[in-house]
Design a protein around this ligand. Structure first.
Ligand code: ARG
Length: 463
């Protein structure tokens, strides 16, 4: 067995000259991947249990190794472990320490495995729990969004297309649109679990191993569903990293869209919502300012999350099989995206608790820009046996008339309307009412108050 003196690299019996100090410093990833220590120790324990079960190592050695690994786990969690750049990454730092604690028998731990399968095993376990953590945070955001919706079923706002007033909708309906997005985000993360649940451990460097290992045993013990099928693919594959980064990116798009929307609504031009002092910042020169910096942070951070996805896509593009050090960057990228998204979700949850709509302003804006014109057209189709195109044309004439007279549709006299639609009866006036307009949208998924109440109930039950 190779000597493993603790001040030497594991490969020092082969590579005898001291490596470049600069490369050692730069090539080391320990400051990043030390975050995988729990996963690394867990998978190492299962690995040696398997080696013992398969009679590849003795009972005594297995126990000694497990004892050493558990000791290391305690040292690291109590911040008493000294990570060393010289040993490159978390796997070798732990192995080196194991030698220190239990001596030469530590050398058996790396039987029938390589860092190539070890690192993806750790990483997949980590991403699985990160996925859970993200979904727990998404659940919180969904719950807070639901609370805002519940309080605002009858808050009327203009629904926009092209940022121009389109049709009146309920503010609750608007917020619940985001619940749909966040639920899809959750589902996207959950869908990724299928690949994450394939166990890489045991494919060794790239070819598999001549030892009689039991990959089903490690699969079960590490809570995977099945072993991966091809050893070359396994050590080369980082699709699961891309899936994660893409899911983070889509979720961050959703956060940035609502952040942008709230920034617009909070602007003095729109003035549709108020942010409490908890979530605004001041200006260093303009004493009057209350700025929505936090929302801008959410919108801006999307950039780095996309950047991380693109970095990983680019690293993998054209990379031959199997393992290359290029891929070592995957951890830093994933950790950054994960941490940023968790921060964004927490911040967004806080924002949801600190916004209040200017209901009067919202109503006034919804009542501007002839937002019930479509309701009038629908009325004509239903009551004057017109085709929708004909009704559209008549309604456009009515809008032109109102615009010329600088009036709202509901301010027009019935006689004026009759100039365009001669036989129209008085009951037409109710179609211009914003609340009536909203409540007429009873089609499944539409904005009527009843629909929204039913949806809120459904989501509360799902929780
Ligand atoms: N820390 C390494 C990484 O994440 C582990 C794999 C090292 N394997 C190797 N052949 N250099 O990529």
């Amino acid at each position: 067995m190779a000597k493993n003196k603790n001040n030497q690299a594991i490969w020092s019996s082969r590579i005898q000259n001291k490596g470049s100090a600069l490369f050692q410093k730069i090539g080391s990833s320990i400051n990043i991947d030390k975050r995988l220590y729990k996963e690394d120790i867990k998978s190492s324990i299962v690995h040696v249990e398997m080696l013992f079960k398969q009679k590849i190592i003795s009972f005594k050695i297995k126990n000694k190794i497990i004892y050493g690994l558990q000791k290391i786990q305690r040292e690291i969690s109590k911040n008493k472990f000294e990570f060393n750049n010289k040993y490159e990454d978390i796997h070798m730092n732990i192995e080196k320490e194991l030698f220190k604690i239990i001596g030469e028998e530590a050398g058996y731990i790396h039987t029938a495995r390589s860092r190539n399968d070890q690192v993806i095993t750790d990483f997949k376990i980590w991403i699985k729990s990160a996925t859970n953590e993200i979904n727990t945070n998404l659940d919180k955001v969904i719950k807070s969004t639901l609370k805002v919706a519940e309080k605002n079923i009858e808050t009327i706002m203009p629904g926009f297309t092209h940022l121009k007033n389109a049709q009146p909708i309920s503010l609750a309906h608007y917020f619940m649109a985001y619940i749909e997005m966040f639920n899809r985000d959750k589902r996207r993360f959950i869908n990724n679990l299928k690949s994450l649940n394939e166990n890489p451990l045991g494919v060794a460097a790239l070819a598999g191993t001549s030892f009689n290992i039991d990959r089903n045993f490690t699969t079960k013990k590490l809570n995977f569903n099945s072993p991966t099928n091809n050893s070359v693919d396994t050590v080369s594959d980082r699709d699961f990293v891309l899936d994660f980064l893409y899911s983070v990116s889509v979720c961050s798009i959703h956060i940035s869209r609502i952040a942008e929307e709230l920034i617009i609504w909070n602007s003095d031009g729109f003035n549709l919502i108020q942010l409490s002092d908890k979530v605004v910042t001041g200006s260093s020169i303009m004493p009057q300012k209350k700025n929505p910096d936090i929302l801008e942070y959410l919108r801006g951070k999307t950039g780095s999350m996309f950047g991380n996805l693109f970095a990983m896509l680019t690293i993998l593009k054209g990379l031959p099989l199997s393992y290359f050090k290029d891929m070592q960057d995957d951890k830093e990228i994933v950790f950054k995206s994960h941490d940023t998204l968790i921060n964004c979700l927490r911040i967004f949850d806080e924002i949801l608790k600190n916004i209040s709509p200017n209901k009067k302003k919202m109503y006034e804006l919804a009542d501007t820009g002839f937002t019930t014109a479509t309701d009038f057209a629908d009325y004509l189709v239903k009551n004057h046996s017109m085709s929708f195109r004909k009704a559209y044309q008549k309604t456009a004439e009515l809008v032109n008339l109102a615009e010329k007279k600088k009036m709202k549709l509901r301010e027009l006299k019935i006689e004026e309307i009759r100039k365009i639609i001669p036989k129209v009866t008085n009951d037409v006036l109710k179609v211009f009412d914003l609340k009536n307009s909203i409540n007429s949208k009873k089609s499944y998924g539409g904005t009527s108050f009843e629909n929204i109440k039913r949806m809120i109930m459904k989501y509360k039950k799902d929780k």
